[in-house]
Design a protein around this ligand. Sequence first.
Ligand code: GMT
Length: 394
Amino acid sequence: MRQQEQKYKIGIVCYPTFGGSGVLATELGIALSDKGYEVHFITYKQPVRLSMGFHPNTYFHEVKVPTYPLFEFPPYETALASAMVDVILKQNLDLLHVHYAIPHASAAYFARQILKKSGKDIPFITTLHGTDITLVGRDTTYEQVVTFSINESDAITAVSDSLKNETYEFFNIEKEIHVIPNFVDVRRFHQTDKHHFKQMLAPEGERILVHVSNFRPVKRVSDVIKIFEKVRKEIPAKLLMIGDGPDRQNVEDLARSLGLYNDIRFLGKQEQISEILSIADLFLLPSETESFGLSALEAMACSVPLIASNSGGLPEINIQGETGFLSNVGDIDDMAMNAICILKDITQLTEFKKHALAHARKFEKQHIIPMYEKLYCEVISAYRTEKENRLIAK
Ligand code: GMT
């Protein structure tokens, strides 16, 4: 049997929420299970996208964190490491793949050390997603542990070249970082006919702009509103705001104070995003920093062009003047001007839509999943060889 055909048992650790790293990790697990791998999710809640359908080769192991009056901060990392050890032993896993370094990489290191005592240790791969490097991880409070546990990973991946470069720049990383870009499932994310829905939201044929995020400061959601204000002065338009988070209230207040509230729908967290994207004409992502921008890729797969900042990995998915436009962070005037340029002319808009779709197809899951499979094979076989050599040397 060729190595690539071997279907391993993989443990996936991620944040189970609507965030991009959890979404990507879940989509990866589902794609692997569809290919015959046995996939075990280890996290504190059923990952959002896992609950959207039944996948026979996937298993979910809930990490429980008992509280105790002494704990002001219940020790999640300890509970997670224990759960990892438990699942690895009981399910006989071959590999652990952790998404988002904090605290998953250090918990995986801990679990591997525990298992080494009995010779039942397995390798772990850490995938860096974004703020685990660019914001939170760089905080001196975490830096030492993040650097150590990334270096202790048996392989490291980053979701864009930009994130790889930033990781080398900010941390003392001694190992190779493999870039495996995020991917999109075009069977799920593609434009479908939602004419009735469009008619409801934009009865006068207004252009529809969309923003999807977790409404954290890094997303600069108020820029979305300010861009929309300028666009709406030139072109009849509506804005759909999807997601929720700490900045939502401020941004709703801003929309009210600018007299825009009636043209904006705050839809909150949504599961069927591709249906909403199907009626969109433009996606806005003016983030302060964005290692990749998975939500933007999903929009492009639904034929939606992109107005984005030129930060992080966004230039790797958004081709200037072709799939959309890039501007400096905070340059609302430029973003609005570009949005108007795309939206005002239907021929131009159609061209941008076509290019957005064509570029998104380069990130289709069937191109990307084999990159993870290849890495899994290499890591598992190298680890097993090293382990055998260790035993022989004893
Ligand atoms: O870093 C975060 O903000 C969290 C993370 C998440 O869980 O949402 O997002 C990051 O990972 C995504 C998936 O790889 C990327 O598409 C996002 O660009 C990235 N976010 C940032 O870099 C701000």
